[in-house]
Design a protein around this ligand. Structure first.
Ligand code: GA4
Length: 365
């Protein structure tokens, strides 16, 4: 058995959740992708929970295990090695005012918008340890965050001893290609279930070559010392909603994922390494004018077992306007949201804390 290294616990402010353990979410909607009538069940699951599980998908197990073993290999390296693959530029477009001064920033701002857009919001890509985002969120987690754009620079991994960037690139590409295909299939079934034509309204955004999608490998090492802190639970990844359209998660058989249901209670999701879990993201909430709600979720660490998850976040191109689909507006219904592009939303999201409701700023009323 491979033993994964733990994140360095020095200076880690331990976040304790002392409330009683939530119940298991045993009634989680299960969508069988091989059944054509699943489209209505997908709509129902998105309306009721913003969350569901997918079985009988076509993603080859081989791709999943290859990526899993690449991830285990990487996370097993010494911390000093992994840090070499850390984010290179923490200050992208949107944060330059804070991170840079003088001529460099002025030059940047005087360039055409099309050029500035290339810089995108802060570059959070590469290896991260405990720090989530740029605004002080932390968790008992280490991760690799990647842009699914083919231009992503895998050379970040080149100086990490024992890690071959080409192997990581190939494993991520194979996996993401399949998961993206499945996501598009789900989004098309969703559109059909909603009676929207053409049915590619959502999927074309993920298929677009400029689709701003990201991919994340999260490793939650076990935390045997929890009792020492007189805590029941330690936060691995704090509560949040995902900003994109759809998120597709696959994990090993270690529990930890929890979702917040409409009744205000947290429920633990029983792990299932052969299935995928789908989240409605903020952008899909807006495109359905609030008919679907993005689901709040979080991950708690396990006392004995490592949890490894891989998540694809399907997002639109940066220039895409995120607005309710006219065909979904009934009668006099008007948009609940102000007009904004994905770039504007993402820029604002990356300035927020994890637990914030990021859509509030964009609501009309
Ligand atoms: C949540 C979903 C994805 O993991 C992510 C996260 C991003 C990050 O890790 O840098 C954010 C978070 C996520 C939303 C609010 C901001 C940005 C951390 C954070 C505090 C990659 C994403 O797109 O948004």
């Amino acid at each position: 058995m491979v033993v994964l290294t733990e994140p360095d616990i020095d200076h880690l402010p331990i976040i304790i959740n002392s409330c009683k353990s939530p119940s298991f979410f045993n009634d989680i909607p299960v969508i069988d992708l091989s059944k054509p009538d699943s489209k209505n069940l997908i709509v129902k699951a998105c309306e009721e929970f913003g969350f569901f599980k997918v079985v009988n998908h076509d993603v080859p197990m081989d791709f999943i295990s290859k990526l899993e073993s690449e991830a285990i290999n990487f996370f097993s390296s010494p911390l000093s090695e992994k840090l070499k693959a850390g984010p290179a530029d923490p200050f992208g477009y949107g944060n330059k005012q804070i991170g840079q001064s003088g001529d460099e920033a002025i030059n940047f701002f005087s360039s055409p918008l099309s050029e500035k857009l290339k810089a995108g919001p802060a570059d959070p890509f590469g290896y991260g340890n405990k720090k989530i985002g740029q605004n002080g969120d932390i968790g008992w987690v280490e991760y690799i965050l990647l842009s699914t754009n083919s231009e992503f620079n895998y050379q970040k991994f080149a100086s990490v001893l024992g890690v071959n960037p080409e192997n990581i690139r190939a494993a991520v590409n194979d996996y993401v290609t399949e998961v993206k295909k499945m996501s598009c299939e789900i989004l098309e079934m969703l559109a059909e279930g909603l009676n929207i034509h053409p049915t590619n309204v959502f999927s074309k955004l993920l298929k677009d070559e400029k689709s701003d999608s990201v991919f994340r490998l999260n490793h939650y090492p076990p935390c045997p010392d929890i009792q020492e802190f007189n805590a029941k639970n330690l936060i691995g990844f704090g509560e949040h909603t995902d900003p994109q359209i759809i998120s597709v998660l696959r994990s090993n058989n270690t529990s930890g994922l929890q979702v917040l249901l409409k009744n205000g209670n947290w429920f633990s999701v029983p792990p299932d390494q052969n299935s995928f879990f789908i989240n409605v993201g903020d952008s899909l909430q807006v495109m359905t004018n609030g008919r679907f709600k993005s689901v709040k979720h979080r991950v708690l660490t396990n006392r004995v077992k490592s949890r490894l998850s891989m998540i694809y976040f399907g997002g639109p191109p940066l220039s895409e306007k995120i607005a309710p689909l006219p065909s979904l507006m009934e009668g006099e219904e008007s948009s609940l949201y102000k007009e904004f592009t994905w770039f504007e939303y993402k820029k604002s999201a990356f300035k927020s804390r994890l637990a914030e409701n990021r859509l509030t700023l964009f609501e009309k009323f």
